[in-house]
Structure formats: C-alpha cells, structure tokens
Design a protein around this ligand. Structure first.
Ligand code: 5AD
Ligand code: SF4
Length: 471
C-alpha cells in the first residue's frame, strides 16, 4: 500500500538535497511524496539553524501538525509519523523530544540513511526516537541510488560539513566535520543523472571547494580535477559548484574556470565582511585584500565571471569604519548578485557570547545600505545584457502559459515564449528586458527554425563597464 509522505524543507540547498534523498530512502517502504501535510502518513520537517528563531518556527509548525496528527488518529485513518530532521534537530534534539513528545522521530543530517530502522522503531514504541549521533560510517555509502529524473538541472552533493569554525556559524556543529565523497562515486552518480536527462549538475557542499576526494586510481583529487573528469561525460553540458570558501580556491580550480567550457562563469564566493578586523574576529583567516587579489586572479582566468557572495552586517564589535570597508569591498569587486544578512547570535558559537553585540537598529540600517548597493549592482549587471543573445538552458515551465524558464551561464533566470520541446535544451535567447530578478527574452530563430545547440561564445560585455554605468 502506498503511504503519503510530506517533507517541508527550510534553508540551504544541502537541505533540499537531503530531503530528496530521504524520499529515496523511504520509497522502498511505500512512501510517495505528496504536496500537503493534512492526511499524510509521515511528515518530516527538514530544518535549518543558520539564522534567527529557527527553533521557534519549528515548534509553531509542530503545533499545527499535532492537530492534523490527532485528527487522523480520531478518524481512524492510521497514524501520522511526525519527524524533525536537519540542523535544528541536530542542535536541539533533546529539547524537541522534551517539549514536543508527540514527535515520533528526531534525527540529524548524518543519520537519515537509517530511516527504515527509525520508522520500524517508531512504529513499535511510544515516545520519540532520537538519533543525532555522528556515525563513523558515511551515509553516502548507504543511500540508495537517487530516483530517476532529478530534473534538467540538479544538485549532486560531493562534500559535506566544515572544519573552518567561523565564529558566527553553526554548520561545523550541526553538520559535523568535513567529508569528501570519493571521485568514482560522484562520477558514477553524475553519469546516472545525465543518462536520466540531467544537463546541468551543481556540485554541492558546505565548503565545496575544500573537496579533496579519493581519486578513482588512488591518490587525492581536488575539485578542479573532478570538474575536468565530469566534463568528459557526454551530454553533461553545464557544471557549477556551490558554496566556496576563498581560502580553498586553488590554482587547479581557477585554471578549470579558464579551460573547461562546461564550467559556468558564475561563482558564489562569500567574503562576509570587508574589514580585516572583523574578518579576523570571524576567524576567516584571510584579509579583504587577499579576497580582492583572488578575484583578480579569477577574472584574469575567466574575464566574464559573474560573482556572488554572502555578507553579514552587525557582527559583534563592527564599527561604522568596519561597515564602510564592507561597502568599499563590494564597490571594488562588483557583484552580479549577492545575499546579505543581519548577524544573528547562534547558541554555542563563540561570537554569540561576545560582549559587543550591536543593536537591531544598527543592523537594520547597515543591511538596508548594503542591500541598496548590491541591488544597484545586480540591476546594472542584468541591464548590461539587454539586446544581447545568451545561451539559456530551459529547465522548467514558466509562470505564464507558453513560457519556459531557464538560466543563463551567469545564473540569471531567463523566461521566454518557447515550445515545450525546448525543455532540457540550450537555446539562444535575445534579452529584451531586465527585471529585478530575471531577464525576459525572445527565442532566436533562423529561417523559422529554432537555434539550439551547445555553448555559444560568451557575450563580450565588460563587467567593469556595466558596473560603472550604475555608479
Ligand atoms: N548570522 C547571520 N548570517 C549568518 N550566516 C551564517 N551564520 C550566520 C549568522 N550567525 C550567513 C553567512 C553564510 C550564509 C550561508 O549564512 O553569510 O555564508
Ligand atoms: Fe560556516 Fe564558515 Fe564553515 Fe561556511 S566556512 S560553513 S560560514 S564555518
């Protein structure tokens, strides 16, 4: 009998990936994903602990789910197994079990390959099954093969965890130590994905460029080498990776940007702050100028590289001068797109107990000033594409009828009227308009035939010029 499985996912792409894998693990037990929690046989909340009130959101969601669980029981429609997974479960598992004893399973990001055992235990016994160990084995050795049809553009986890211990971040505590999957395992998974229709693979890791996996013939490979090996897979048209740390950007990977055409010209390279004092307090172990020099080397290798980043404003002790240094770095570098956050003290991290916490008001003001600058850069970057033709990999239906949505090499969302048979193909699209977060275009046609093909040459725009235009 099929059973209904509802998974709600918060947070990063790794959580999205984990949720998909949980569904794969549960499929042999008869669970099939559904869109609504009401009436489901199992509900999993896959949680995120990186910022703000994460636990409170989980508890309020659990309140609602408890009613659904009770309703299902009263209707004698079987039992709803309720689970909390992910980083909040890892960090606050015992509190969840104590405060919400109606939760059946609580497990962290490293143990969900044991879901069948946990389900069996939860079905037998009353009370919660708590499983937040960091097991010696890697879950990747136990997960079933991913379900077919991951989509045109799909994630492939290659690395997990983090040993860097930035003083603001919970990841090293919730995800555990850095772990790299062996190259052969990754290449085999990529081949299966491509055979099932995937055209773009986004290599995923909390510190993806720190990946140093066992090579197929022994020895250790770095990410640049892995990218080259993946580029040999026939039918894999695009490769991306996320998220990177500046200190792990080695020569081999930079060279891959210059030499591997399938490696897309977009890089998410968080710097967090432009102040050396704050970078040191964050334990980033590099200076703002180190980052500038790295960006120069990357752009020398790949002149049209679009950069993205993460920024934290209002880190403890951040002065006006420190914040001005962040704005200066953003102006110097020029981002195509970026994420920015107010510092949020995370329990158990060193910065949370720093005496120099800033007021909410200061954080708000700085965030809005930074976002204004980043938005202006994004708008300028996107406007630089109007009138140009860009190769778009259509990966889904657009919001309006007759539209497809895809991505440019520089990660911009592009929508255009297009025949559905262009789904999964790279098509030249002329950009007609730049909206806040996307581009609108027209599929280029030649003699009435749609042009579709491999990699068109990059547009000859100069990022620096585009950015100057906005200043
Ligand atoms: N407060 C605010 N932002 C944070 N991030 C990580 N931890 C915190 C925190 N405590 C941001 C960083 C990181 C991104 C994933 O989330 O910018 O790169
Ligand atoms: Fe967190 Fe820093 Fe590790 Fe990134 S590098 S996951 S910010 S500790």
């Amino acid at each position: 009998m099929t059973k209904k499985l509802f998974i709600k996912t918060w947070g990063c792409q790794m959580n999205v990936y984990d949720s998909a894998r949980m569904a794969d693990v549960l499929a042999p037990l008869g669970y099939r994903p559904v869109e609504e929690p009401d009436g489901a046989d199992m509900v999993i909340l896959n949680t995120c602990h990186i910022r703000e009130k994460a636990a409170e959101k989980v508890f309020s969601e659990l309140g609602r789910l408890r009613q659904m669980k009770d309703r299902k029981a009263e209707a004698e429609d079987g039992r709803m197994i309720l689970a909390v997974a992910g980083c909040v479960a890892q960090a606050e598992g015992e509190e969840i079990v104590a405060r919400a004893p109606f939760v059946d399973m609580v497990f962290g990001p490293q143990t969900y390959h044991t879901l069948p055992e946990m389900v069996a235990k939860a079905s037998r016994a009353a009370g919660s099954v708590l499983n937040t160990d960091f097991p010696a084995e890697s879950k990747f050795d136990f997960l079933p093969e991913e379900a077919d049809g991951q989509g045109v553009s799909a994630f492939l986890a290659v690395q997990e965890g983090c040993d860097k211990f930035c003083t603001f971040c919970v990841v090293p505590y919730t995800r555990g130590a850095e772990f790299s999957r062996p190259a052969a395992q990754i290449i085999a998974e990529a081949r299966r994905m491509v055979a099932a229709g995937t055209r773009e693979i986004n290599l995923l890791g909390q510190n993806v460029n720190a990946w140093h996996g066992e090579g197929p013939a022994g020895g250790t490979w770095g990410l640049g080498r892995l990218v080259r090996a993946l580029a040999e897979i026939d039918g894999l048209e695009r490769i991306r990776y996320t998220t990177s740390h500046p200190r792990d950007m080695d020569d081999e990977l930079i060279r891959a940007h210059a030499e591997v055409p399938q490696l897309m010209p977009y890089l998410h390279l968080p710097v967090q702050s432009g102040s050396d004092r704050i970078l040191a307090a964050m334990n980033r172990k590099h200076s703002a100028d180190d980052y500038r020099r790295l960006v120069d080397r990357l752009r020398a290798a790949k002149p049209d590289l679009a950069l993205s980043g993460d920024f934290i404003v209002g880190f403890p002790g951040e002065t006006d001068a420190d914040f001005a240094a962040t704005l200066k770095l953003v102006s110097d570098v020029g981002y195509a797109q970026a994420y920015s956050f107010k510092y949020s003290p995370r329990p158990g991290t060193p910065a949370a107990v720093d005496g120099a916490q800033l007021s909410e008001e200061v954080k708000e003001d700085r965030l809005s000033a930074l976002q204004q600058l980043l938005n202006a850069q994004q708008v300028a970057f996107n406007h630089g594409f109007i009138g140009r033709s860009v190769p778009v990999l259509f990966d889904r239906a657009g919001r309006r009828d007759g539209q497809l949505l895809g991505r440019s090499p520089w990660m911009q969302s592009v929508h255009a009227e297009a025949n559905p048979r262009l789904l999964g193909r790279i098509v030249e699209v002329r950009v007609d308009a730049a909206l806040a977060n996307s581009l609108a275009g027209t599929v280029a046609t030649v003699d009435g035939a749609v042009t579709a093909g491999g990699h068109a040459p990059s547009p000859s725009f100069q990022l620096a010029q585009t950015l100057e235009a906005s200043a």
